[in-house]
Design a protein around this ligand. Structure first.
Ligand code: AMP
Ligand code: MG
Length: 322
């Protein structure tokens, strides 16, 4: 059983595990989170694997304070007003990613926005301080299950997928963080949560918008976003080999004889590595001259399901499906 009482020593060991690319479940004031080093694509891939998510939802990036948040996201005056009022606390703000951000693309699911939060729970704060870097952490439950509010819930759902489950007792709020997207001079409530609409509106001095379907930050379905990165090139899926003039997004031991643009998601056929490389690979090949990208078959098992989901969205002709 990976449950450890969240003593100072345990937090220090858990922080070391985070720094070495492992997963750690930890309490926040909302629910338990499943954390990984947000700058390491391979570590972030383990989160999706453990949760068995069939798609790559962007994750909330936890940081120690507003100053760290500003390294990874562009917080305008409105976003800062929210942050200064509610951080540390159960508020997540979605803002544009900073250019050259160190956050792994997989953590933001290839989006140009980033969800940032400064938690208030002492164990979460101690872990962030010791890990000395941003922690990507969705709720520590299996996809489709309810969010965990105790270490035992995490263990029942995720078993020993996390190297440690830091036990800080039941979470005080037991309700997910409120998510607000801030774009220009408008704030949109993406998810109702522990902080109420009235509290937000009085801090903002203006009304919150409702997410509109197809809008910039609109969730297309619960937990899904309309504005996923859509490649310009056509994706040709399950291609045995690239045609003339096509770029090649390969997977597994295929050799490198291809003349055109080429990216192998994982020469050894490792789905975790493929997930970590996916968004950078799509951008790189998309920027190459080819009209189409031939994509090698990728198994539908484990992380392959989410990778294929993303590729199928990229291959769909209707950009609103992307
Ligand atoms: P969880 O961490 O399990 O509470 O879920 C995280 C929630 O944050 C999901 O519903 C995501 O869709 C949402 N989220 C994370 N990043 C973004 C983003 N860049 N834009 C909009 N929503 C986001
Ligand atoms: Mg969740």
């Amino acid at each position: 059983m990976p449950i450890e009482l969240a003593t100072n020593d345990a937090v220090e060991i858990a922080a070391r595990a985070i720094r070495s690319g492992q997963l750690v479940a930890f309490p926040t004031e909302t629910v338990y989170g499943l954390g990984a080093d947000a700058t390491c694509g391979l570590a972030v891939a383990k989160i999706y694997e453990a949760k068995q998510r069939p798609s790559f939802n962007p994750l909330i990036i936890h940081v120690l304070d507003l100053q760290s948040a500003a390294q990874y996201g562009n917080l305008n005056i409105l976003a800062r007003r929210l942050a200064e009022t509610f951080w540390p606390g159960p508020l997540t703000v979605v803002v544009p990613r900073t250019p050259q951000s160190k956050i792994a693309e997989l953590a933001t699911a290839g989006l140009e926005t980033i969800a940032l939060r400064v938690p208030a729970h002492p164990v979460a704060c101690a872990l962030l301080r010791q890990a000395a870097g941003p922690i990507a952490a969705p709720s520590a439950n299996r996809s489709g299950h309810v969010s965990p509010t105790s270490a035992a819930h995490v263990c029942a759902d995720l078993g020993d997928a996390p190297a440690f489950i830091l036990d800080g007792g039941p979470t005080p709020l037991g309700l997910e963080s409120t998510i607000v997207a801030v774009c220009d001079q408008q704030a949109t409530l993406l998810r109702a949560g522990a902080i109420t609409r009235d509290e937000l509106q009085s801090a903002l001095g203006q009304s919150l918008l409702e997410p509109c379907r197809g809008g910039k930050y609109a969730p297309a379905a619960p937990g899904q976003l309309a504005r996923h990165y859509a490649p310009r090139s056509t994706l040709r899926l399950n291609a045995a080999a690239p045609g003339i003039g096509e770029a090649w997004l390969a997977f597994g031991p295929v050799g490198t004889a291809h003349q055109g643009a080429f990216f192998n998601l994982s020469p050894s056929g490792d789905l975790r590595e493929a997930a970590a490389n996916l968004f950078a690979a799509l951008r790189e090949l998309d920027a190459s001259a080819g009209e189409a990208i031939a994509v090698s078959p990728i198994p539908e098992t484990g992380l392959g399901e989410a990778i294929n989901d993303r590729l199928r969205r990229g291959a769909a002709p209707n950009p609103s499906a992307a």
